[in-house]
Design a protein around this ligand. Structure first.
Ligand SMILES: C[S@@+](CC[C@H](N)C(=O)[O-])C[C@H]1O[C@@H](n2cnc3c(N)ncnc32)[C@H](O)[C@@H]1O
Length: 187
C-alpha cells in the first residue's frame, strides 16, 4: 500500500516500506506515550506506529493520528476504528486541535518523511508543530542512519537543535530496514 502511494506521490509519502515494530517500540518509548495526556501522531501512513500508540496510551488520554493522504487514512480508519484519524496536513495543526478541543500536545510521534521535504516546507511544518506543543512536551521523529552522512541529514539535525531546547538520539534500531534512530526533542 505504501509502495503504491509512494509511486503516486513520492515527495509526500517519502518511503516504500513501513517502519518495523522495533522502530515503533523505540518511538513510543522515547515519546513517553504511556505518560502523556495528549498524543498526536504525524504522518501515520499505514499505521506502523498507530496501533502501538493506541495500545500503550493511558486511559483518559487523547490521541489523534494525522495523515494527509486520503487513501492511506481510509485504510487506517478501517483497520483501527477506535483511533481518531484526521485526513489533513500538519500545516493545519492549530485548526485541527481547535476542532478537537485540544489546547496543547504533550507527546508527538512523527513519521513525516523529512528528507523528502525542502527546507521551506520543513520550516512551515516546524512552526505548526512548535506552536501546538506544550512547554516541556516531547517531539519524536526518526531518521535513517545513513542519512547522517549526508549534508541534508546534518542540516535537519541542526534545524532540530534550533527549534527545540533539548535534542537527544536513541540507540540505533538495527532491526529496522534500513537501520534508523529516534530524535527525541523537548520544546
Ligand atoms: C514515510 S511515511 C511513514 C508512515 C509510517 N509512520 C511509518 O513509519 O511507516 C510518511 C507519511 O507522512 C505522510 N505525510 C506527508 N506529508 C504530510 C503532511 N504535511 N501532513 C500529514 N501527513 C503527511 C505521508 O502521506 C506518509 O503516509
Amino acid at each position: 500500500m505504501l509502495l503504491k502511494e509512494f509511486l503516486r506521490s513520492p515527495g509526500s509519502v517519502g518511503a516504500i516500506k513501513a517502519s518495523s515494530k522495533y522502530l515503533a517500540a523505540e518511538m513510543v518509548k522515547q515519546a513517553r506515550v504511556a505518560e502523556a495526556e495528549t498524543i498526536v501522531e504525524l504522518g501515520a501512513g499505514t499505521g506502523a506506529f498507530t496501533g502501538l500508540i493506541q495500545a500503550r496510551r493511558k486511559s483518559g488520554s487523547t490521541f489523534i493520528a494525522l495523515e494527509i493522504n486520503p487513501n492511506l487514512s481510509a485504510v487506517l480508519s478501517e483497520q483501527l476504528p477506535e483511533v481518531t484519524v484526521v485526513t489533513d496536513s500538519v500545516e493545519n495543526l492549530t485548526g485541527i486541535l481547535r476542532q478537537h478541543e485540544i489546547s496543547k500536545i504533550d507527546s508527538i510521534v512523527c513519521g513525516l518523511p523529512w528528507a523528502a521535504f525542502n527546507p521551506e516546507l520543513q520550516d512551515r511544518l516546524f512552526n505548526s508543530i512548535i506552536t501546538a506543543m506544550t512547554p516541556g512536551g516531547r517531539f519524536c521523529t526518526f531518521a535513517y542512519l545513513q542519512g547522517l552522512l549526508l549534508p541534508a541529514g546534518q542540516r535537519f539535525r541542526k534545524k532540530l537543535k534550533q527549534n527545540f531546547s533539548q535534542v537527544s538520539q536513541s540507540p540505533t534500531v538495527w532491526r529496522n530496514t534500513p537501520p534508523a534512530f529516534v530524535y527525541n526533542c523537548v520544546k
